[in-house]
Design a protein around this ligand. Structure first.
Ligand code: ZN
Length: 257
């Protein structure tokens, strides 16, 4: 994953049928080579949303493999050549793979996440979160998004996920995000420790975190934290105390940071 935007391009393979799904290809040729190297045949592309850095590799993958493109049904107008539009509750199946579609608008109005249930992944659930949930942050809402929708997606779709859920975000912004988290909660020991332990890591060396770990340092999953709220009051003296108010204030500060 050597690209200037820190995009993660995921290849999810079925070991039995050797078929694979490419999630958010930016460098399509690299995805195709990776699949060939590991003896996988890319059959499907899933785009979490319509931003160029999540779809740019589609044509190269399609040309090399003939893969079908899947995206949210409301993204079909903004992503070229989508052959299947999906909605919340749909399941994308390939070989033994089963990816559950979550509808998570906020970063854009047509954003989806992919959830692999525990029983389909050796007992450990996994979330491909696109630009909705990052390590130590929420995605921004500045390019066609809506922060109220993002809050709703967090509360309804992400917060209920069990602690052991593995998180595969759309970009690596972890170091920067932990630095921001520490401006909001300077005494958070987990944030400090993780910032230290990943400080020398390259994008492709970053650890895969769990939802439980995210809950210990990600301010957007810590909306009841007293230190966070007290500090926000310094910047927003008239801040209401609802979770939504806290979430939106954090997102505003992250935008300006
Ligand atoms: Zn995006």
């Amino acid at each position: 994953m050597h690209n200037p935007l820190g995009n993660f391009n995921y290849l999810i393979g079925c070991e039995k049928t050797r078929q694979a799904i490419a999630v958010d290809p930016l460098d399509g040729e690299a995805m195709v080579s990776l699949a060939r190297e590991h003896n996988y045949d890319i059959k499907l592309i899933v785009n979490t949303h319509e931003h160029h850095d999540h779809i740019e590799g589609n044509p190269a993958v399609v040309e090399a493999t003939g893969a079908d493109i899947i995206a949210h049904k409301n993204a079909m107008a903004s992503i070229p050549n989508v052959s299947r539009g999906v909605s919340a509750g749909d399941v994308i199946e390939l070989g033994m793979l089963r990816l559950n579609v979550l509808f998570t608008p906020g970063h854009t109005p047509v954003h989806l996440c992919l959830l692999v249930n525990a029983e389909d992944n050796d007992g450990v659930p996994a979330l491909f979160s696109g630009d909705t949930l990052f390590n130590a942050c929420a995605g921004n809402c500045r390019n066609g998004g809506d922060v109220d929708q993002m809050y709703d997606s967090f509360v309804s779709q992400l917060q209920p996920l069990p602690d052991e859920t593995l998180l595969y975000p759309g970009h690596d912004y972890m170091k920067n995000n932990l630095a921001f988290a520490l401006t909001r909660e300077p005494d958070n020991q987990d944030a400090k420790q993780w910032k230290q332990s990943v400080s020398s890591f390259d994008h492709d060396e970053m650890p895969v975190m769990t939802m439980g770990q995210e809950r210990s340092y990600n301010p957007f999953l810590r909306l009841h934290n007293r230190d966070i709220i007290t500090k926000l009051k310094e910047d927003f003296p008239h801040l209401g105390l609802s979770d939504r108010d806290v979430f939106k204030a954090l997102r505003k500060l992250r935008d300006e940071w």
